[in-house]
Design a protein around this ligand. Structure first.
Ligand SMILES: [Zn+2]
Length: 381
C-alpha cells in the first residue's frame, strides 16, 4: 500500500515518489506511486489534482484500497518522479472542510444534532443536520464559529487505540478499536475523518452560512469559508455599492431602497392603469359608428389594453360590433373584435384576410393587412 503522506502532514504540496505502475484506463492513465500526498476523494472532499512531472493529474481516487492518480498521459514505471499538488485548490478545500467540522461540532455541542450528510464542491459546502434550526440559532452558530476562528485553536490528528478509543466521545463514531483517524479541533470538536484539514482554526479565515432551510425533517446549511467567503463578500459589497450609489442612499439601507422602489412601482402601475382607463373611455366616448359598427385604430396598446377597449366599447354600444386594431400596415395588426354580430362577421374577416386567431364572445388575433382594406371591410359591405 502506498504511504499516505497527507494523513499526517496535510501541508506537503511537493514530494518525490517512485512509480509502481501506470496503466491506460479509458480516457486516463492510472498511476500508482509508492508514496503520495495526493488526497483521494473521500469524506465528502474531492480528490486532488496537480502534476506528476509534467503530466497533469486530473483527479485522485481510492480504488480497491489503492490510491489511483488519474493522469492525462503515461509515466514510465519504476522511475522516481517529482510530484506537485494544485495547492490553491487543495488549501481552499482544507479551509472549507475544516469550517464544516467547526460548524458541525458547534451544532452537535449546542443542540445535540448530528451531521447526516456532507457535500463539498468548488463553489460551496452543504451539509445536513438531523434537527430543526431557526434563524436565531443560525446567527448564534455563525458568531460562535467565527469566535473559534479568532481564538486560533490548534487542529491535530490523533489515533487513540483500545479502551481510550472506545471511551472517547467523538462524532462519526466507528465500530473500530484501532486505526481510527480522529481530527481534533482542540477544545471544540473530535470527529473521525480521513481528509486533510488546516492546522489551526484561524486558517479557516471566515465562516459564512449563506442559506439554510428545512430538509427531510432536519436542516440543510450552505456554507462558504476562507477565500470563498471573502470572494462572496467582495461580490455583495460591489452590488450594494452599485445600488446604494445609484439610489443615493446609505450603505446599510439597501432594504429601504428596495421597499421604496417597490412602492414607487406600485403607484406608477396604479397611475398607468388609471391613465389607460381614461384614454380608453375617451376613445369610446368619441367613437363614431360606421355601417359595420365601431372601428378603432390605436398605437402602443398591449393585448390586454385592446381587450379592455373592446370590452368598454361593447358595453356602451350594446347593439353594435366593436373592432379594435393596433399596429401598422408593414408589420400587421393585433386585433380584438366583439359585440353584436361579431360571431358572424369574424369568420368572414378571418377568411378574407387570412387572419390568425379565434375566441368565444370576443375574437382576438393578428392580421397582415392594410388599414384602408380593413376599414373598407368593416364599413362598406
Ligand atoms: Zn473532515
Amino acid at each position: 500500500m502506498s504511504e499516505r503522506i497527507y494523513e499526517n502532514d496535510s501541508y506537503i504540496m511537493n514530494f518525490t515518489a517512485t512509480v509502481l505502475s501506470c496503466k491506460e484506463n479509458g480516457e486516463y492513465f492510472d498511476i500508482i506511486l509508492d508514496r503520495t500526498a495526493f488526497f483521494p476523494e473521500g469524506g465528502g472532499q474531492q480528490g486532488d489534482n496537480g502534476f506528476i512531472e509534467s503530466v497533469c493529474v486530473a483527479d485522485t481516487q481510492l480504488v480497491d484500497g489503492k490510491i489511483v492518480h488519474k493522469a492525462m498521459a503515461p509515466v514510465e514505471e519504476g522511475i522516481e518522479v517529482e510530484c506537485f499538488i494544485d495547492w490553491e485548490t487543495r488549501y481552499d478545500r482544507m479551509q472549507n472542510h475544516t469550517g464544516e467540522h467547526i460548524l458541525s461540532g458547534i451544532i452537535h455541542d449546542m443542540y445535540g444534532y448530528n451531521n447526516v450528510g456532507f457535500h463539498m464542491n468548488d463553489d460551496e459546502v452543504t451539509f445536513d443536520v438531523d434537527g430543526k434550526l431557526t434563524e436565531e440559532d443560525i446567527y448564534i452558530i455563525e458568531i460562535t464559529a467565527n469566535k473559534i476562528i479568532d481564538d486560533n485553536h490548534p487542529i491535530s490528528v490523533i489515533y487513540p487505540e483500545g479502551n481510550e478509543l472506545v471511551e472517547l466521545d467523538y462524532r462519526s463514531k466507528l465500530d473500530l478499536t484501532e486505526g481510527v483517524r480522529i481530527v481534533n479541533i482542540e477544545g471544540v470538536d473530535l470527529c473521525a475523518c480521513c481528509a486533510p484539514h488546516v492546522a489551526t482554526t484561524s486558517e479557516v479565515g471566515l465562516i459564512k452560512i449563506t442559506r439554510f432551510y428545512s430538509n427531510k425533517g432536519g436542516t440543510r446549511l450552505h456554507v462558504l469559508c476562507g477565500g470563498r467567503a471573502r470572494g462572496d463578500y467582495g461580490i455583495l459589497s460591489e452590488q450594494v455599492t452599485y445600488v446604494t450609489n445609484a439610489a443615493s442612499s446609505k450603505r446599510y439601507e439597501l432594504n429601504l431602497v428596495y421597499d421604496r422602489l417597490l412602492s414607487e412601482i406600485a403607484s406608477l402601475k396604479e397611475e398607468h392603469r388609471n391613465f389607460k382607463a381614461s384614454v380608453i373611455n375617451e376613445k369610446v366616448e368619441e367613437a363614431k359608428e360606421g355601417k359595420g359598427g365601431y372601428l378603432y385604430f390605436v398605437k402602443d396598446f398591449t393585448f390586454d389594453d385592446l381587450v379592455k377597449l373592446c370590452d368598454v366599447s361593447t358595453k356602451k354600444y350594446t347593439d353594435a360590433m366593436s373592432c379594435v386594431f393596433c399596429g401598422n400596415d408593414d408589420e400587421g395588426y393585433n386585433f380584438v373584435i366583439g359585440g353584436e354580430g361579431s360571431a358572424q362577421k369574424f369568420p368572414e374577416f378571418r377568411r378574407e384576410f387570412n387572419a390568425r386567431g379565434g375566441g368565444r364572445d370576443m375574437y382576438q388575433g393578428k392580421v397582415q393587412a392594410k388599414k384602408s382594406d380593413i376599414e373598407k371591410f368593416f364599413y362598406i359591405d
